[in-house]
Design a protein around this ligand. Sequence first.
Ligand SMILES: Cc1cc2nc3c(=O)[nH]c(=O)nc-3n(C[C@H](O)[C@H](O)[C@H](O)COP(=O)(O)O)c2cc1C
Length: 386
Amino acid sequence: MKTMTCIEDLRRTYHRKVPRAFVDYCESGSYSEQTLRANRADLERITLRQRILHDVANRSTKTTILGEPAALPLVLAPVGLTGMQHGDGEILACRAAQAAGIPFTLSTMSICSIEDVAGAVEKPFWFQLYVMKDRGFIRALIERAAAAKCSALVLTVDLQVIGQRHRDIKNGMSVPPEIRIKNLFDIASKPAWALSVLNGKRKTFGNIAGHYPGMANVTVLSKWTAEQFDATLSWKDVEWVKSLWPGKLILKGILDVEDARIAAKTGAAAIVVSNHGGRQLDGAPSSISMLPTIADAVGSDVEVMFDGGIRSGQDIMRAIALGARACLSGRAIIYGLGAAGQPGVARAIEIMRNELDVSMALTGVTSIGDIDRGVIAGMGWFHSSL
Ligand SMILES: Cc1cc2nc3c(=O)[nH]c(=O)nc-3n(C[C@H](O)[C@H](O)[C@H](O)COP(=O)(O)O)c2cc1C
């Protein structure tokens, strides 16, 4: 694992070890993938300010997220189908996050269920909720998350309809994978992956199986998904969820200042500035380019979190400098999981923590609280508003 020195190493190994359909599912963005690319390109345009001869011997990446201590300002983002990237992937990723001292978020569309994960890990985790048409099912999911002592509910608000990912359609993405002539060789050449998935607790959507018995079949799944995502979703539904959820609520998928202002008034504890990793509105701005304005507008009312394109500790520093309290990471964590299971996730977190630590030293800061716009040397798109 020591030779895995950066997230890119984990990504390359992940591509070798996991079947094409699941790699494509992870890597894709919607439509022309313009927003997916912008997330990375805009982060890379932010240059950091090299400072010298500050005593930086005593540094710490520790912080608090929603009032709880965290080893670094990083959270594992909700990622659907994680248990198809590696058998029991949700449990392994959650264990790695908890061992590293940071929160893990379980997706509604996970393979392991809320109860599977709760029974296999030591500490509470966050649960991500999609509000679907069947409100009885959603109410029951919220109750299940509360019974499992989930410590925050992440309500995703940017998926009222689904952005199309071309490769998923071309690959005939299904859960569990459909064995066709086309993908037979691919699956057969990934024995470690096949074994881990075969030995995993489940092969379909753990939170939904039982409620919708036909979910294993791709046609039923597509039909169900298309029918269940609810285009009528409104701020009233946020109130409804809040009335049912006794704990901290996080609204994920905010990319507009006006929406952020409304979100801050709902009583939510935090918002996540996000464009769903470039998987929803293609043509939307990168999330990093929207972060500073949103953080300025609502940062004193709610915790502002950020995701979209985080691949290094330098990226975490960029987002913290522009007003994020913490970053969520989706793909970088999946690269680690697919490359090497739990140790791979642990490695991904460690890589980003070490990079953050060194970047702090070289920009002359010793604590996360010290990271502000002063560590930024320049940034292409709206330098003048800094
Ligand atoms: C394969 C994949 C599946 C995802 N599934 C979900 C999901 O079930 N719920 C959700 O709120 N966000 C989901 N997301 C979005 C992530 O939570 C997060 O916003 C995004 O991955 C951040 O961008 P990054 O991958 O560049 O870190 C998914 C992202 C990916 C890549």
